[in-house]
Design a binder for this molecule. Structure first.
Ligand SMILES: NC(=O)c1ccc[n+]([C@@H]2O[C@H](COP(=O)([O-])OP(=O)(O)OC[C@H]3O[C@@H](n4cnc5c(N)ncnc54)[C@H](OP(=O)(O)O)[C@@H]3O)[C@@H](O)[C@H]2O)c1
Length: 263
């Protein structure tokens, strides 16, 4: 499934030419699309209830998938150069955004990826909580994407991040930010883990290439409970982002769905 081409090494030189060809083809077909030229391939992974909610209305519950769903998240992380989340996701849960253990670190290395993924946090106003769990783990660089609105808190953010990148005046310019992530940090495959606000911004910018959804057998209800895409939404059917269903797999009472961007 991956990803970063390995540096030429004795190991790859020892591969039979046919195997080498097959590996190159697999890399191309899984990641190459004209639309992703110059930017990473973007995957979004979310768990949602049967009524499409990603958290309860009071935001007290946002982790409700099974152990299998959690493993799925870690398996996807093990294919990505970087994991990205919005500020409210990062400061509302005890997450470190890391690979999740030695088994996954080994998978990463065997795919030619860095042992630990980069971590990217999106915070346009710089409101991110400095006490958030993610900042207590320094195993890999943390990049904060922000805007000029955060200038008053830039010193504080610089103290938290390996790199603070201003990517716009009011809102993040995601096409430019993603090109920068590819150029500066070599991010070829980017896993976005929500929340709904960040997903909406990526969908509006036409940047979501693959959507992984776990449908969990629960109903949260609640008009204000967040869904996988919040923000301003699309006004008409013609504006909607269209996907094709690539796979559907039932495990226990959960459905694991993978959609690819149509067109
Ligand atoms: N079930 C799941 O799979 C799942 C996954 C992830 C999250 N969640 C839950 O979803 C909830 C959080 O979702 P959310 O939609 O409220 O928040 P979010 O998307 O995690 O974060 C929103 C924040 O990200 C920044 N942001 C997003 N788009 C931006 C843009 N275009 N330009 C500038 N900044 C931008 C802003 O930060 P500033 O305010 O600093 O400007 C914004 O307030 C939490 O309850 C979380 O636990 C569930």
């Amino acid at each position: 499934m991956s990803l970063k081409s390995k540096p030429s090494s004795l190991k790859s030189a020892a591969l039979a030419p046919a195997a080498n060809r097959a590996r190159r083809t697999a890399t191309k077909t899984s990641n190459f699309r004209p639309q992703t030229l110059g930017r990473p391939f973007v995957l979004v992974n979310m768990a949602m209830t049967a009524d499409g909610k990603i958290a309860t209305a009071n935001r007290a519950v946002s982790s409700f998938g099974s152990r299998r769903d959690h493993d799925h998240l870690l398996e996807l992380r093990a294919t990505a150069d970087a994991v990205m989340s919005g500020a409210r996701t990062v400061d509302s849960a005890k997450i470190n955004m890391g690979p999740g253990g030695e088994k996954f670190q080994k998978q990463r290395v065997s795919r030619g990826l860095a042992e630990y993924n980069l971590r990217i946090i999106v915070s346009g106003s710089g409101s991110i909580d400095p006490q958030a769990e993610v900042f207590k783990h320094r195993f890999s660089p943390i990049i904060i994407l922000t805007t000029e609105r955060a200038s008053a808190s830039s010193r504080r953010l610089q103290g938290l991040a390996t790199e603070l990148k201003i990517c716009g005046a009011e809102a993040i310019n995601f096409p430019a930010a993603l090109r920068w992530l590819r150029e500066k940090w070599g991010v070829k495959r980017l896993l976005c883990e929500g929340g709904g606000d960040l997903n909406d911004a990526l969908l509006h910018a036409g940047l979501v290439d693959e959507l992984h959804l776990t449908v969990c057998p629960k109903i949260f209800g609640g008009r204000t409970a967040p869904t996988i895409a919040e923000g301003i939404g699309f006004p008409t059917l013609a504006h909607a982002t269209n996907f094709n269903l690539k796979s559907a797999r039932r495990v226990g009472d959960e459905m694991f769905l993978v959609y690819g961007r149509a067109g």
